[in-house]
Write a protein that binds this ligand. Structure first.
Ligand code: G3H
Ligand code: 13P
Ligand code: ZN
Length: 315
């Protein structure tokens, strides 16, 4: 069942965070739904602009509709990740997305507000909710590369003004994370002090943490042992998710860790089975491993076991 992120956040706020997972293909879709049902968790399926154009957005949307039929118990939101204004409007008008992100965080404050407000007005007219972003994460996202030194943490006073002026339903804040597999190259860590200041100014308001992959070191070691070259990759300590949830983070975005599962499974599979030319055996292993990975993440997020409570909450 597709619901809005707003409903999921109302159920989760202050207690746990909803996992927002990016998908690009059929095997990820199957593993994602299976893993969330195995751990009885509500979740968010998110599609980036890159994912929408990898094959065709219609293919991806059809796979999600199919998964909704194959897994009728699932409760999830369908969300556009890091949309620009045009893509956000396309998704709002498509009638399929229950939630969109407009990411104009690269623009100056007033321009970010103006762009976000246009998207919020169009979305709310159709019952769709909007995530916006203020502050700059480090790392690479879509086609924009932000140097670590240019990453700008969210200003708590600006966050309050931004939400009041735009009417956005949730806010992605920069609190020290970055996208990709190489986070915290210096002495950085999660800035719970900044998060607490934002929550104080925006009580009961859902915040979003991007760039939250943990880049598990055992995964990196296995990838490298099987021919990969991910030297110095590191991520966010997943044991910090629950503290973030208490401070108002209701959605935690994870993509890179899922890519690492894909990389590990396929590198090991082809190394160990050089004679196999059927694509299904590795696909089967990947779907099972991806489901296991989702179960593990939901434990850390606190969303595991919440499905029935959310179903009751939705009425
Ligand atoms: O924040 C970016 C997400 O990891 C999506 O990545 O734009 O390469 O699909 P992508
Ligand atoms: P990671 O690169 O840390 O997985 O972050 C994903 C993300 O923020 C998607 O919007
Ligand atoms: Zn992101």
């Amino acid at each position: 069942m597709i619901v809005t992120t707003k409903k999921l956040f109302e159920a989760a706020y202050g207690k746990y965070a909803i996992g927002a997972y990016n998908i690009n293909n059929l095997e990820q879709t199957m593993g994602l739904f299976q893993g969330n049902l195995d751990s009885q968790a509500p979740f968010i399926v998110q599609l980036s602009r890159g994912a929408r154009s990898y094959t065709d957005s219609a293919m991806l949307e059809a796979m999600i509709r199919g998964a909704d039929e194959v897994f009728p118990e699932a409760i999830f939101a369908v969300h556009l990740d890091h949309g620009d204004e045009k893509t956000a409007m396309d998704c709002i008008n498509s009638g399929f997305y229950s939630s969109v992100m407009i990411d104009a965080s690269h623009a100056p404050f007033d321009e970010n507000i103006a762009i976000t407000k246009r998207v919020v007005d169009a979305a709310h007219a159709k019952g769709i909710v909007v995530e916006a972003e203020l502050g700059k994460l480090g790392g690479v996202e879509e086609d924009i590369s932000v140097d670590e030194s240019d990453a700008k943490l969210t200003n708590p006073d600006e966050a309050k003004e931004f939400v009041e002026r735009t009417g956005c339903d949730s806010l992605a804040c920069a609190i020290g994370t970055s996208h990709g597999a190489f986070k915290f190259t210096g002495t950085q860590g999660l800035r719970f002090d900044v998060l607490a200041d934002i929550q104080e100014r925006l009580p009961n308001y859902p915040l979003v943490m991007h760039g939250s992959s943990s880049v598990p070191q055992d995964e990196v070691a296995r990838i490298n042992a099987a021919g990969g070259e991910l030297k110095g990759a590191k991520g966010v300590d997943a044991d910090q998710f629950k503290r973030a949830a208490e401070l108002g983070v209701a959605k935690i975005n994870i993509d890179t860790d899922g890519r690492l599962v894909w990389m590990r499974v396929h590198r090991e599979h082809f190394k160990e089975n050089p004679e196999i030319f059927d694509l299904r055996p590795s696909g089967k292993v990947f779907m099972a491993e991806y489901a296991k990975y989702i179960v593990g993440k939901n434990e850390k997020l606190g969303s595991a076991g919440q499905l029935e409570a959310v179903r009751k909450f939705l009425g």
